[in-house]
Design a binder for this molecule. Structure first.
Ligand code: UD1
Length: 387
């Protein structure tokens, strides 16, 4: 992504609206945004994500017109949004576990928020030519498997099996199936409320954009991590939680048998992908995975973090499990590479090094906050133990 190319639409400076622009990915986008793009941010500064500040950060105020509003009330800000060429829709609630009990909040913010954004767009005189939406690999749910002959889709792991320590998705013969990298052509079968709300966002946008001839780019992110990821939020993801525990010398807990796999993608790479899609000259009209394309087990991620910190990690493989978690997730990045011509993701070790440098200048997440979030999940019956 070059910062010096003049970004114009019909001879005018390009105007981009970023919903949720004050969040983790939004902050990176703003930093990388070419200087000649006019930017409007709409963000509610949700307390769960913005614990320490009720205002927009100075670097956002200096670069963009910042509007503090819930995306569900975006219709009240039509005047500031008129003339937008590209919408980057990031505003969403993102905690998979939390979505399983704060159900209406997730449905409201993610699905209704998108609906309200579309109603606003339909009332604009000048419609945007493109919308880029941050979706999630959560739409694939447990993903696709192979028995060596054909592609199979799991019905979701059964709680009863998990309680008996059967962690892998198994075939009819009870043998573990081979998990396949997630491909955009695979079926969407969410296993969490969060996953459903992301799928609904995708579908609302698809049907609307098609009717209006708006170019829609749906990006399905894997597990995003990196500097600026809110630390006060215990629903933030394991790289933050594990780094925090190892630096503080606290014992951490690995769920299941520690062999769950995830694809960790560095936030700077995500921001590059979003910007490239937002400013791409030709129509894209596509769904693309965005991940590192590398599967890492929970044990491997802890060991990598410990190696970067230079301290031994104390951990328990607890056999507890979160209801709704998927076992394996990794992105197939071929479609992305074919469409955009390149993809060179940051390695996990390099990304964690950058994260650690940033983390060491932050106030740590309090152990009590993390424990309270786990207790809450336990009380709701969503964090269970193996029998
Ligand atoms: C994450 C995101 C979600 C996003 C999805 C796909 C969070 C909270 N969720 O889900 O928004 O859509 O990726 O991009 O960032 N674990 C432990 N010990 C702990 C905490 C978690 O072993 O103390 C395990 C979990 O059971 C899970 C794995 O670590 O198997 C990853 O968990 P987490 O970081 O919460 O992310 P995802 O649920 O994968």
């Amino acid at each position: 992504m070059t910062n010096d190319k003049q970004l114009m639409t019909n001879g005018k400076i390009m105007k981009i609206l970023i919903t949720g622009g004050a969040g983790f990915i939004g902050k990176w986008l703003i930093e990388k945004m070419p200087s000649d793009v006019e930017v409007v941010i709409v963000d509610s500064l949700d307390e769960q994500v913005h614990r320490r500040s009720k205002d927009f950060a100075p670097e956002l105020l200096a670069r963009a017109k910042c509007i503090k509003a819930d995306v569900q009330d975006i219709g009240e800000h039509k005047e500031a949004i008129e003339g937008t060429d590209v919408v980057i829709h990031l505003a969403a609630q993102t905690g998979t576990g939390q979505s399983m009990y704060e159900i209406s909040r997730y449905v409201q913010q993610n699905a209704n928020g998108t609906a309200k954004l579309l109603e606003l767009i339909s009332s604009l005189e000048h419609k945007p030519r493109r919308i880029v939406v941050s979706s999630s690999r959560a739409v694939y749910g447990d993903g696709a498997y192979s028995d060596g002959k054909s592609i199979l889709y799991s019905q979701g792991r059964r709680v009863e099996d998990l309680q008996n320590g059967i962690w892998e998705v198994c075939g009819a013969d009870g043998q573990p199936l081979k998990s396949l990298p997630m491909h955009e052509s695979h079926l969407t079968k969410p296993t969490s409320v969060y996953g459903f709300t992301k799928l609904w966002q995708e579908q609302l946008l698809q049907v609307y954009c098609e009717s209006q001839g708006i170019d829609l780019v749906t990006l399905r992110f894997q597990n995003v991590y990196g500097p600026k990821q809110e630390l006060g939020n215990p629903y933030t993801g394991i790289i933050g939680i594990f780094t925090n525990a190892i630096v503080q010398g606290n014992r951490l807990e690995l769920f299941e048998d520690g062999k769950v796999t995830r694809d960790f993608v560095f936030v700077g790479d995500i921001a590059d992908a979003v910007l490239e899609c937002a400013t791409y000259e030709k129509p894209l009209n596509t769904i693309l995975n965005v991940g590192s394309g590398v599967a890492v087990t929970l044990v491997e991620v802890v060991e990598t973090i410990a190696e970067v910190i230079g301290k031994k990690a104390e951990y328990t493989i607890s056999g507890r499990f979160r209801v709704g978690d998927v076992r394996h997730a990794i992105a197939d990045m071929e479609n992305y590479k074919t469409t955009l011509g390149h993809w060179t993701p940051t390695s996990l070790k390099e990304g964690i090094s950058q994260y650690l440098k940033w983390y060491l200048n932050q106030e740590p997440l309090e152990q009590a906050t993390l424990e309270a979030s786990l207790r809450e999940m336990e009380q709701k019956g969503l964090l269970l133990a193996k029998k």
